[in-house]
Design a protein around this ligand. Structure first.
Ligand SMILES: Cc1cc2nc3c(=O)[nH]c(=O)nc-3n(C[C@H](O)[C@H](O)[C@H](O)COP(=O)(O)O)c2cc1C
Length: 222
């Protein structure tokens, strides 16, 4: 897949076929993504690639915590409010997705079911957890992690795989560390749901919008 086409056509995938993703294919994806840039080439990322029954056991526990309304305790604070313009786009994204899935605004049960499905990584056969050392300074490390995350999403897309970056998979980091045998010193930022997209699923027909360039680009002496 051509690079520019990949950038334009990648989108979040929220329904997966159950077929496992071969380790060899994931190696190709990660081998490309490791060339992502980072501050001073510090490469502060660590990845935990999770498959098989561990995905099932982990997501079952995450869902149980979520359904029991256990207070989330993410390692990286999650935004609670947004400036108006961002909030509007956030709302438009949710409305568009629920619209594509045929979920009415007032249908609380199906909206909650969607969140539960999100907590089980939308049925993806693999999850890649992106982690970093507690010793790192957070703000710029997040930028570096974002770069490899996008790299993974694009490389996966080029290989016919779908991904969804999920903060939802990082709500209960202690639980994730326990299932993955990660040390307390590794902080978790997100999990990436990963697998073969289910082309029939209404959720996967949804595509978000982007602002036109004149809304956010200032040209200076150009
Ligand atoms: C840091 C981050 C966290 C995200 N967390 C979630 C999530 O928990 N659940 C979800 O369905 N999508 C999540 N997303 C996906 C965004 O909703 C999605 O990238 C955005 O709406 C743009 O759509 P696109 O990826 O299809 O282009 C997240 C994306 C980012 C960058």
């Amino acid at each position: 897949m051509e690079l520019l086409e990949g950038l334009r056509t990648r989108k979040s995938i929220r329904a997966y076929k159950p077929d496992p993703v071969p380790r060899k294919l994931l190696l190709e994806v990660l081998d490309a993504a490791r060339w992502s840039p980072s501050w001073g080439n510090t490469q502060p990322w660590e990845l935990a690639v999770v498959g098989g029954d561990t995905v099932k056991r982990l997501t079952a526990d995450l869902v149980a915590a979520f359904e029991q309304k256990t207070p989330p305790a993410p390692d990286v604070p999650m935004p609670q409010t947004f400036p108006d313009a961002c909030q509007k786009r956030y709302m438009a994204c949710a409305a568009g997705l629920f619209g594509a899935m045929g979920i009415a605004r007032e249908d609380k049960a199906r909206r909650f079911a969607h969140l539960v499905n999100m907590t089980r990584a939308f049925g993806a056969p693999a999850i890649i957890y992106v982690t970093f050392s507690r010793e790192l300074t957070v703000p710029y490390t997040m930028l570096d992690l974002g770069l490899i995350i996008h790299g993974i999403c694009l490389a996966a897309h080029a290989h016919g795989l779908g991904t969804c970056i999920e903060a939802q998979l990082a709500l209960y980091p202690d639980l994730v560390r326990r299932h993955l045998n990660l040390p307390e010193s590794q902080k978790i930022v997100v999990g990436l749901a990963l697998g073969y997209p289910d082309p029939q699923a209404p959720a996967n027909a949804f595509r978000t919008h982007r602002e036109p360039l004149d809304k956010f680009v200032t040209w200076v002496d150009y």
